[in-house]
Design a protein around this ligand. Sequence first.
Ligand code: CP3
Length: 357
Amino acid sequence: MTQAPETSRNAEKTMLRALRGETLARPPVWLMRQAGRYLPEYRELRARAEGFLDLCYTPDYAVEVTLQPIRRYGFDAAILFSDILVVPHALGQKVWFEEGVGPRLEALEEASDLDRLDPAALHERLAPVYRTVARLSRELPAETTLIGFAGAPWTVASYMLEGGSSKDFAAGKRWAYGDPEAMQRLIDLLVAATGDYLIAQIDAGAEAVQIFDSWAGVWPEAQLRRWCLEPAKALVKRLKAERPGVPVILFPRGAGLLYQTYAAESGADALGLDTTVPLGWAREVLQPKVCVQGNLDPLALVAGGESQRAAVETILRELSGGPFVFNLGHGIVPQTPPEHVAQLMEQIRAWPGAGGW
Ligand code: CP3
């Protein structure tokens, strides 16, 4: 494959053009969790790996898994295959994945447990992830944008404090309300480590980065501002100062009306919209300020058929008049039939089509 100089290649990628604020006739598309258990080729490779973290830390596996959905569907962007929990793992916390349960961590119980987290070995432990990024930036098709990612400080902290997934976030809230100084120490530590991690991904070849704040929506306004918005602002500020020109996508899932505050204050180039964000409001209030990405209900993609087609059409009509990246409102779920994703791609490729507007 012959390659034009880096900058002119980047300038042509539709995903980067949308993130920089261009309105495109046909929006770029990728799906959160596009690599994963709904694909038989992922399940086959997963069965061969020692465990989920082994997949994340073995570049041969992680490169292959990242490429699987690109080969099948030709998405406009590939997201590095890894997990948000590699950061606590690299800080020295015990992290493991239990079959049928999900992620497990040895929970931090009191403020003094923070002393055991050690950022010194971060880059050494995450080096395999950087090698994966570097290989992907060479192996991806020239038109495909490579997205790096990390969890937002609060979302990652919630797993570190709960010891896994949670329904009520009781431990995180106990820290935040009961000992805000300790919570602030943890969040500050994660802002620093996450910034270091994203910058290293960019230096290895990531062309845009997404920060997943999957649990932003559990807080009242004041706490959302302190534990989600402020850390996001600090991260964006550092990325913009140290790696200007690399677009940043924030996904503050469940932020509700505070999406408007994110659009005004975060400094992000794009906001990932969850499934509940009204499309007309997003178009009128958010899109004049930022590129928006989203927000098909992942369960509509499981159902398929006419309800899927109609939901996709509505999103395209409402949002493709401004800077827009088609995506889901949350990650694709394992029971998604792969052929429904193929139908989604056909529909988006045909947009706006004959008689479109
Ligand atoms: O999007 C992609 O294709 C890239 C890979 C990716 C994974 N996790 C792979 C994964 C990304 C971007 C993530 C992010 C992630 N991980 C988030 C934020 C986004 C979101 O979905 O809210 C969170 C909260 C996690 C933590 C996590 N990892 C959970 C809760 C689970 C268990 C639930 C589940 O879906 O299995 C994981 C495991 C995980 N991460 C899997 C994959 C493909 C499944 C692991 C397996 O194969 O058994």
